[in-house]
Design a protein around this ligand. Structure first.
Ligand code: ATP
Ligand code: MG
Length: 369
């Protein structure tokens, strides 16, 4: 998978820019606040249909503009393709792949990315939500059905939440409660199986990467945690469904009394440990970074194995905080596919990677040398 050329119009701080990228490593250099991360976000947009620093399309449109358009020529699925996303204030965005309208979920067929940005450190440091987001995004890109199931689940969960908060005022609402629980359990059973399978592969793939990356004897441990009554997340969906239903029945009264959705796969977690200790509680800054980056590199490897194509790796501000040995490991490891990597100064990366260097200055991009 290669992004050959990307054009940005009215996107973030870009008025108009076209960048012809190298199929290997692309170093995006420049001072602070010039548009390096914005360029990565434009690539992300073409893969996921949204930005990675906002949920609002309107924030992606330049302050100076009413519309924004990002387009690219890419090579994937063994052919040349075109992708474009056009946004206008107050209107729905339009996504085209080879001139045909698509929805955001379908973009991953033509372009997949693995992003590592400073916020990803929260995956290790913070609560389960950040890790679920990682799992959900990784699995959605590989299994389009997963994204659909997740959307359905979230919609049902929202409705059930509303019943639980509003039933005091409108008691008849409670009549629908069990129906929502049942539908959610049915979808949950499938989500659990997808997540369990992905977490197992992630553990198999990330643990050796982490061992090499950290150069320490501390093993990375990953464990998928779901609803407590589920004894085997790999069991047939019908079995998991029964176990989740049992859990929901056991919590029914408590949910009604507390007016809150207490149980369900929306609380799942991927527990990360280093050397047998909780990474969330005990990891140092370097350990946090190394663990998070190992997970992302594993995601890229799994995606490559599954699809036969290496996703585009977007690394935002990764190198600066790593020691020289770990930097060398990252630069070595990313050789296999196309990578965009931002940094504040070139710091000799070009010499070390043989990659192309682009300098970004106030929303314009110039190739060096
Ligand atoms: P740093 O090294 O600090 O991470 P950067 O080069 O990655 O900097 P970006 O995050 O790409 O910087 O942002 C570049 C500029 O774009 C910032 O000044 C930001 O305020 C601006 N910007 C963000 N959104 C918009 C928008 N919708 N319209 C215009 N400018 C925007
Ligand atoms: Mg930045």
């Amino acid at each position: 998978m290669i992004v050959r050329e990307i054009t940005l119009e009215g996107f973030r701080n870009y008025d108009r820019a076209a960048v012809a990228l190298s199929p290997g490593i692309n170093v995006i250099a420049g001072e602070n606040a010039q548009g390096k991360t914005n360029l990565l976000e434009a690539v992300f947009l073409l893969s996921c249909g949204r930005g990675f620093r906002t949920r609002l399309d309107s924030e992606l449109i330049s302050f100076e503009s009413e519309t924004a358009r990002v387009a690219a020529r890419v090579f994937s699925q063994e052919r040349e393709q075109t992708i474009s996303v056009t946004m206008a204030r107050g209107r729905r965005k339009q996504i085209l792949v080879n001139g045909v309208r698509k929805n955001a979920n379908e973009l991953a067929d033509s372009l997949r990315v693995v992003l590592f940005c400073p916020d990803d450190l929260n995956m290790i440091r913070e609560g389960a939500k950040e890790r679920r987001r990682f799992l959900d995004m990784a699995i959605s890109q590989l299994r389009p059905n997963y994204g659909k199931l997740l959307t359905d689940y979230n919609r049902l969960a929202d409705s059930k939440r509303r019943i639980l908060t509003d039933w005091h005022e409108k008691p008849p609402l409670l009549d629908a409660l069990d129906d929502y629980s049942e539908q959610m359990a049915r979808i949950s059973a499938q989500l659990v199986r997808y997540r369990a399978a992905f977490c197992r592969r992630l553990a198999e793939t990330a643990t050796p990467i982490h061992a090499e990356f950290s150069g320490s004897g501390e093993a990375l441990g990953l464990e998928y945690k779901t609803v407590s009554t589920v004894t085997d997340p790999f069991a047939p969906a019908s079995e998991i469904y029964e176990q989740i239903m049992a859990h929901q029945r056991a919590h029914r009264e408590a949910e009604i009394a507390s007016e809150a959705l207490l149980t369900g796969v929306h609380k799942d977690d991927l527990e990360v440990s280093i050397g047998g200790r909780s990474a969330r509680l005990f990891a140092s800054q370097g350990q946090t970074r190394t663990a998070a980056l190992s997970l992302k590199m594993a995601e890229r490897e799994i995606s490559t194995q599954d699809t036969g194509e290496c996703p585009i790796l977007l690394l935002d501000d990764v190198l600066s905080e790593l020691d020289a040995r770990r930097q060398a490991y990252v630069l070595n490891r990313i050789g296999g596919g196309q990578t965009l990597i931002t940094c504040c100064e070139d710091g000799g990366i070009r010499e070390r990677t043989g990659g192309r260097v682009f300098t970004v200055s106030a929303g314009s991009v110039k190739e060096e040398g």
